[in-house]
Design a protein around this ligand. Structure first.
Ligand code: NAD
Length: 249
């Protein structure tokens, strides 16, 4: 049975990815720092190993990977770095504490978990899928920390692909467009939701399932010659350039 590790697995895109991997016959280490939410998510699932861990804390990450190795052995076939936080605000209001809160999960977390899992990924000739965002591809107001953290995840993915390819390890990045998760709903007002609908060619938000499908494809054999790539699952938002609603019919 193939082993996957999903961070931020307690809800949203991480939980949808976990469910899809389980349906496809994987076993999944579900990692999250929110213990009650993780317990709720794990309650009705089989072939999982829920581990409470904050991905931004090196000691917790080391202990989590050790626990996984002791439970299921020293192979990881797929690592999905999905845990993320969003805090939006004008540049002038983004103090260093806010900058660090965003960077420590969105960027440091991806670095730390990937470093800790690298030997087990090499053992399995496995795959890394990092979750960035359209905010890492297109700049916008209010996202000085979030957008920068996600752009860095895109570059980190390419670094990983360049260096780990020698061991048969692939690394790819998925950039979701807006999805109605708890993370997004905390920072998207009705006005923002309407504006996204106007600016996105498919005229709607994506679902957790639609993002998970792309992630699971990149984890598996069907993507065996795909590495170092950045795939936006965003209803066309990234491709539109001057996507002015006023220029539409
Ligand atoms: N929802 C969207 O619109 C959207 C768009 C683009 C990108 N994304 C990205 O997708 C990923 C998943 O987002 P979501 O919308 O499902 O969010 P969510 O808030 O529903 O779920 C995120 C999960 O990550 C966990 N988490 C956060 N920080 C953590 C940490 N330091 N250690 C361990 N667990 C931690 C949370 O407890 C939560 O369970 C994030 O990286 C996010 O930036 C989301």
């Amino acid at each position: 049975m193939k082993t996957a590790l999903v961070t931020g697995a307690a809800r949203g895109i991480g939980l949808a990815t976990t469910r899809l991997l389980l349906e496809d016959g994987w076993r999944v280490a579900m990692i999250d720092r929110d213990a009650p939410e993780l317990a709720r998510a794990a309650a009705d699932l089989q072939n999982i190993l829920p581990v409470v861990c904050d991905v931004s804390i090196p000691e917790e990450v080391e202990a989590m990977v050790l626990r996984l190795a002791e439970t299921w052995g020293s192979r990881i076939d797929a690592l999905i770095n999905n845990a993320g936080v969003a805090e939006f605000g004008p540049m002038a209001d983004c103090d260093f504490a806010m900058w660090r809160r965003v960077m420590e999960t969105n960027l440091d977390g991806v670095f730390l978990v990937s470093q800790a899992c690298a030997p087990m990924l090499k053992e399995a000739r496995g795959a890394i899928v990092n979750i960035a965002s359209i905010s890492g591809l297109r700049a916008s107001t209010l996202r000085v920390a979030y957008g920068t953290s996600k752009a860095a995840v895109i570059q980190l993915t390419k670094q990983q692909a360049a260096e780990l390819g020698e061991w048969g390890v692939r690394a790819n990045c998925v950039c979701p467009g807006p999805v109605r998760t708890k993370l997004a709903m905390a920072v998207h007002s009705q006005e923002i939701i309407d504006a996204y609908h106007d600016a996105i060619p498919l005229n709607r938000y994506g679902s957790e399932q639609e993002i998970a499908e792309v992630i699971v494809f990149l984890c598996g054999e069907k993507a065996s010659y795909v590495t170092g790539q950045v795939i936006a699952a965003d209803g066309g938002f990234d491709s539109t350039g001057v996507g002015l609603p006023a220029l539409r019919e």
